[in-house]
Design a protein around this ligand. Structure first.
Ligand code: C2E
Ligand code: MG
Ligand code: MG
Length: 727
């Protein structure tokens, strides 16, 4: 009894009101006695005198239990049960019947009655049944709520798992997938159904399978589980993955934890399988690879860069030492690349480099390394060259590979290369030292005229140090006034009169005596010393011209050689005009000699500067004409006054009748230019040039380059000679 009351109380508390009980019986006495019995408990009661009334009451109000008589005149209890179930009323019904037949009890229960109690009943029995029914109903309600909550939470979990950006899986104890979330489809192209039941090995990239074995057979749990192990997973065949560098796999980070039957127990535990998360890191990986690629490759040619080459060489040296193998390093520099780049533009230059890289690569074996060190400099590593001869053979192959001209954007380009080579371990066993020595050998090859291979020799180190010493010397010489200008006369072929002087620099070296320009101009050019030196030459030549002008001697032209580096400086025009102004000279007092090849470089900006000077009245001469491109098309873009025929075409004159000089003179006459033939040493040459109507000559025949005093004396003698002639 007490329990009954207690349960009734529980019901009250969870219903927030007293349980409401509908009593259905056609016998008013029974109605009343039941009402009294039940109402005495903590129940609220209502009564119905028949089936119809009962259904009406249920329609109006919510009951917690219905006590239902079976035999009623209007609608019988079974029909009421049927109607309630049809209406979906869930209120539990206790059938209270005087019918003794077992059938009626079964029938009532079959129609949905919650309980059956036979009349006459003991009151406490009835109350107990009511109490039980109420608490059963309450339990059911709670169950269904729990069920609902469970379903909801499962739905949530499924949602979370399936919309996770990561691939979540479980494996059975043999490594077969028992669960995978939806992410697997977008990641690898497999559907969930395709994967479940299959062994993990089937999706691991071959090279990673050994490692994967270790990860996925993960039997450790908790902190000892595998975390963030990097693996590659195969994509399903035929999956289009354009964003991935390698469409065949995705790079992922995997965690794996062992699952056990009794997670809390440390003993006698049965291994159930593995679960974990797979995170796609392909994009990050690709970014890393791109950065790595850019750090170690030349982006233009795709070849390894200097850093990567050092790396290769370092490793080859270590390996060579262990295996007692020799190796060879070569550095190749293009001889005339700058001219192409400057005259035809960087687009052509870049394409040329790409073509050259391809040609060089074709000459090498798979194991050989070809790198671009920068600019027009390439490096080759022959990781098992057995002798210097082998390197020589490969070097010649590389030089030959460039022999056939390259066709780029309609230009036919001839490129040659200078190669330095060294041999390890004989020449050195440290990567940086070898590279430096090979570079010095390459410079040596270049200074011998290019298009050759030169092996490193220890003596070169001294020569190279000599170069460095020389550079310091040049700067010092400039500061301490060790340079002087000599002057070589330029003479009229018809009258023999001195028309001008070419200023030629000499280095009055404190120990070495007079040093000729060919010994230091190239280095001055390379190191940039030629720029301040060139400015000094301009000032010096202009000052000398001013002295001659003021001395009352007949006016002569003074020509000054301009170096390419000097012409390229932003202030070039200013430096020429200043030299003239400071010495109060008219611009026509100076002529600038520029070699043909220099005019070809960076045509636009050179043309602009020279035009500006020509417009101011400065004269221009093309030096060493005939040795370069000799393209009239280019020349016509510059405001030129004089062509200087190179010595080479005067020297060969006796043999071929100066056919080239003849052509140049003809061309110059057409363009209305003054022509000076250089290097005239004999009367015969002079005669020939005179007959070709070459206007002026310059050469040892008329005077070596001489000091300013000597040149002044020569001018004075000429005046005296004329005076004497006139006298
Ligand atoms: P370049 O401008 O063609 O000068 C002519 C060179 O031919 C001079 O050599 C001159 O001494 C030499 N020469 C003249 N007549 C004869 C001859 O009959 N026979 C032979 N065999 N040679 C003759 P140098 O003075 O040694 O100059 C060599 C080059 O150095 C010059 O060639 C020029 O390119 C450069 N150079 C000379 N002085 C300067 C300068 O002041 N500034 C710059 N930037 N370069 C200079
Ligand atoms: Mg000259
Ligand atoms: Mg010359």
């Amino acid at each position: 009894m007490q329990a009954t009351t207690g349960e009734a109380k529980t019901s009250v508390s969870s219903l927030n009101r007293r349980p409401r009980i509908l009593i259905v019986d056609d016998d008013p006495l029974i109605q009343e006695s039941l009402s009294r019995l039940i109402g005495a408990q903590n129940y609220e009661t209502a009564t119905a005198g028949g089936g119809r009334q009962a259904l009406d009451a249920v329609g109006r109000m919510q009951f917690d239990v219905i006590l239902l008589d079976l035999n009623m005149p209007d609608i019988g209890g079974v029909e009421v049960l049927a109607e309630l179930s049809r209406r979906g009323v869930a209120t539990p019904v206790i059938v209270v019947s005087g019918d003794n037949a077992i059938d009626s009890a079964v029938n009532a229960l079959r129609h949905g009655a919650a309980d059956f109690i036979r009349k006459p009943y003991k009151p406490e029995e009835l109350l107990k049944r009511i109490g039980n029914t109420l608490s059963n109903q309450q339990l059911e309600k709670e169950n269904s709520q729990i069920q609902q909550r469970l379903q909801q939470s499962e739905k949530w979990h499924r949602f979370l798992v399936n919309t996770s950006p990561d691939f979540i899986y479980t494996l059975d104890n043999e490594g077969r997938f028992t669960f995978v979330n939806d992410r697997v489809e977008s990641l690898l192209g497999h559907t969930r159904d395709e994967l479940v039941g299959r062994h993990f090995n089937e999706i691991i990239f071959e090279e990673d399978q050994f490692r994967a074995e270790h990860v996925f057979n993960e039997r450790r749990a908790d902190a000892r589980a595998s975390r963030n192990v990097e693996l590659r997973l195969k994509c399903k065949d035929g999956q289009q993955r354009p964003r991935v560098m390698n469409g065949r796999y995705r790079t992922v980070e995997v965690t794996a934890t062992g699952m056990y039957e009794f997670p809390e127990s440390r003993f006698e535990n049965r291994f159930m399988g593995t679960y974990g998360v797979v995170k796609d890191i392909s994009d990050r990986k690709q970014a890393e690879e791109t950065v790595h690629y850019q750090t170690y490759h030349d982006l233009l040619t795709g070849l390894p860069n200097r850093a990567k080459f050092r790396d290769h060489l370092g490793r080859a040296l270590v390996y060579g030492k262990r295996k007692q193998l020799a190796l060879s390093v070569m550095i190749l520099d293009l001889d005339n690349f700058r001219v192409v780049n400057d005259s035809l533009g960087h687009g052509v230059g870049d394409e040329l480099l790409i073509h050259i890289a391809t040609r060089l690569r074709q000459c090498l074996a798979d194991d050989d390394v070809l790198a671009r060190l920068g600019g027009d400099e390439f490096a080759v590593l022959l990781p098992d060259a057995s002798s210097r001869l082998e390197a020589t053979v490969v070097g010649h192959k590389l030089i030959e590979a460039l022999n056939t001209p390259l066709r780029i954007k309609g230009h036919e380009l001839y490129i040659t290369a200078s190669i330095g080579a060294s041999f390890a371990p004989e020449d050195g066993a440290v990567a940086d030292t070898l590279i430096r020595q090979t570079e010095i050998a390459m410079y040596q090859a270049k200074s011998q005229g290019g298009c050759r291979i030169q092996h490193w020799q220890p003596a070169m180190q001294e020569a190279f140090s000599g170069r460095i010493q020389m550079e310091a010397d040049l700067r010092r010489a400039l500061a301490s006034d060790e340079f002087v200008l000599f002057y070589q006369p330029q003479v009229d072929t018809v009258t023999g009169a001195i028309k001008g002087f070419e200023a030629l620099i000499r280095w009055w070296h404190p120990e070495r005596g007079i040093v000729l320009p060919n010994a230091f101009i190239p280095l001055a050019e390379e190191t940039g010393v030629v720029v301040p030196m060139g400015e000094w030459i301009l000032r010096q030549a202009a000052a000398q011209q001013a002295i001659w002008r003021k001395s009352g001697l007949p006016p002569v032209r003074v020509s000054v050689n301009i170096s390419p580096r000097q012409l390229e400086t932003a202030d070039f025009v200013g430096s020429v005009l200043r030299a003239l102004e400071v010495n109060q000279l008219e611009p026509g007092a100076l002529e600038l000699e520029i070699t043909e090849n220099v005019l070809m470089r960076d045509v636009e900006s050179n043309a602009a500067k020279l035009t500006q000077l020509a417009e101011a009245g400065v004269m221009l001469a093309v030096d060493d004409f005939g040795t370069g491109y000799s393209s009239l098309k280019y020349l016509s873009r510059f405001p030129i006054h004089t062509l200087k025929i190179d010595r080479a075409f005067v020297k060969d004159s006796e043999l071929d009748g100066m056919s080239i000089a003849n052509a140049i003179v003809g061309m110059a006459r057409n363009l209305n230019l003054n022509v000076i033939a250089e290097g005239v040493e004999s009367i015969a040459q002079l005669e020939q040039l005179r007959s070709l109507q070459c206007s002026e000559v310059q050469g040892y025949l008329f005077g070596m380059p001489m000091s300013a005093q000597e040149a002044t004396r020569l001018l004075q003698e000429q005046v005296q000679g004329e005076v004497a002639k006139a006298g």
